[in-house]
Design a protein around this ligand. Structure first.
Ligand code: ATP
Ligand code: MG
Length: 356
C-alpha cells in the first residue's frame, strides 16, 4: 500500500532544511520507496496565508499521512500575535494533540567526528548513543485544573501533574520495545520519593517488566538522572520518563552531544503514525542565509523510514551517508572546526545525496 508523507516546511530555516531532506526522500523513492509526498502549511507560514497556525486543510493532510516531516515553527515575526491560540507553536501542539502523538523519541548520539564539540570531555561522550522516550501528550503540561487565581488575598499559580495507568502503560510499552531493539537496558526516571503520580508511574513500569524479560529495568530519581547524565552519560541506553522531566533531560542530553543541529526526533501514536522533526528550533537568526545544518532533518527522514514506514535498511543507509559526509570533513558552520571544510545547506544536501 502506498503511504502518504506530508512535508511541513514551517518557518525560519524550516524551508531550507526540509528542501534538502525532500531531496533525500526523493532519492529513496527512486530506490523503490513507495510513498506519495505532499506539502502543507503549518505555524507562522500558515498564519500568514490563512490567519491560523493549523489550517483545517493541513490537519486533514496530516491525518491522512503515515509520516509527517516538519522543519520548525515560530520566530520573532509572530511573537506579537495577541491571541495565544494563533501563535505558530500552537499549530504544532494541535497536530500532536489531534493525532495523539504521545510517544516522543529523542536520540542523543555523539558522532565520533564531532565529539570534541561536546560540553563534556570527549572521552565521556565518544560513542554516546542514548534514546530518551518522553511522554508527550499528558503530565503536568496538560493536567487540569490549572490556572492563576486569587486565593487569600494574593495570586497563586497552579498546575496538575496527572497520569493515568493506561497513559503510563502505553509509553512504557514503547520504551520496553525500544530497549528490546537496542542494548536491553531501560531506566525509568521519576520522583517517586515525593510525587504520588510517579509512585504510580514506577508501579506500572514494574508491572510491565515481566512481559519483557530480556530487558533490564532500573529506576532513577530525576535529580540523580540529571547528575548521572552529566557525570557518566554512557551508562544509559533507553530512558523513559514523563513529559516535563523528558523535556528537560532530552535538552540536556542534546547538549552533551555537542551538535544540536544533528539531532532528529520522532513523535508517534499507537498506530505507528508519526511526526518527525529536528530537535532544534527555527533559528530565525540564520534563516534565509543558506548556512543552516540540514542533517538533523535528513536524519529525521531516516527515523521516519525506520519507525513509520518500516524500511529500516533504507534508514541505515541515510545514516551511513551522513557518517560518510562527516568522515569526509564536510561541515556546516555550526559544527565546523579546524581542518574541516565549511559548506552551505545545499552543498551539505548534495554531499549526503552523493554518499547515499
Ligand atoms: P525553539 O524555541 O524553537 O527551541 P530556540 O530559539 O530555543 O528555538 P533554535 O531555533 O534551535 O532555538 O536556535 C538556537 C541556536 O542554534 C541559534 O543560534 C540557531 O542559529 C542555532 N541553530 C539551531 N538550529 C540550527 C541548524 N540546523 N543549523 C545551524 N544552527 C542552528
Ligand atoms: Mg528552545
Amino acid at each position: 500500500m502506498t503511504h502518504k508523507v506530508l512535508i511541513l516546511p514551517g518557518d525560519g530555516i524550516g524551508p531550507e532544511i526540509t528542501a534538502q531532506a525532500s531531496r533525500i526522500l526523493a532519492a529513496c523513492q527512486a530506490r523503490g520507496l513507495d510513498v506519495e509526498v505532499e506539502e502543507g502549511l503549518l505555524g507562522g507560514a500558515a498564519y500568514d496565508a490563512h490567519g491560523e497556525p493549523l489550517p483545517s486543510e493541513t490537519l486533514e493532510k496530516a491525518k491522512a499521512a503515515r509520516g509527517i516531516l516538519l522543519g520548525a515553527v515560530g520566530g520573532p515575526k509572530w511573537d506579537k500575535i495577541e491571541d495565544l491560540a494563533k501563535r505558530p507553536e500552537k499549530g504544532l501542539l494541535g497536530v500532536r494533540k489531534q493525532l495523539g502523538l504521545f510517544g516522543n523519541l529523542r536520540p542523543a548520539i555523539t558522532y565520533p567526528q564531532l565529539a570534541a564539540a561536546s560540553s563534556l570531555k570527549p572521552e565521556l561522550v565518544a560513542g554516546l548513543d542514548i534514546m530518551i522516550v518522553r511522554e508527550l501528550t499528558g503530565g503536568i503540561y496538560f493536567g487540569q485544573p490549572r490556572g492563576i487565581e486569587e486565593r487569600d488575598g494574593e495570586r497563586v499559580g497552579f498546575n496538575t501533574y496527572i497520569y493515568s495507568e493506561s497513559e503510563i502503560e502505553r509509553i512504557g510499552r514503547v520504551a520496553f520495545e525500544m530497549a528490546q531493539k537496542r542494548d536491553k537496558k531501560l531506566c525509568s526516571v521519576d520522583k517517586a520519593n515525593v510525587l504520588e503520580v510517579t509512585i504510580l508511574w514506577r508501579e506500572v513500569m514494574e508491572r510491565l517488566a515481566p512481559e519483557y524479560p530480556d530487558v533490564e529495568l532500573s529506576h532513577m530519581y530525576v535529580d540523580n538522572a540529571a547528575m548521572q547524565l552529566v557525570r557518566a552519560p554512557k551508562q544509559f541506553d533507553v530512558v523513559v520518563t514523563g513529559n516535563m522531566f523528558g523535556d528537560i533531560l532530552s535538552d540536556a542530553a542534546a547538549m552533551l552531544t555537542g551538535s544540536i543541529g544533528m539531532l532528529p526526533s520522532a513523535s508517534l501514536n499507537e498506530s505507528g503514525q508519526g511526526m518527525y522533526e529536528p530537535c532544534h528550533g527555527s533559528a530565525p537568526d540564520i534563516a534565509g542565509q543558506g548556512i543552516a545544518n540540514p542533517l538533523a532533518t535528513i536524519l529525521s527522514v531516516a527515523m521516519m523510514l525506520r519507525y513509520s514506514l518500516d524500511v529500516p535498511e533504507m534508514a541505515s543507509r541515510i545514516e551511513a551517508a551522513v557518517g560518510k559526509v562527516l568522515d569526509d570533513g564536510l561541515r556546516t558552520a555550526d559544527i565546523a572546526s579546524d581542518g574541516t571544510r565549511t559548506v552551505s545547506t545545499s552543498e551539505m544536501g548534495d554531499s549526503v545525496l552523493s554518499a547515499f
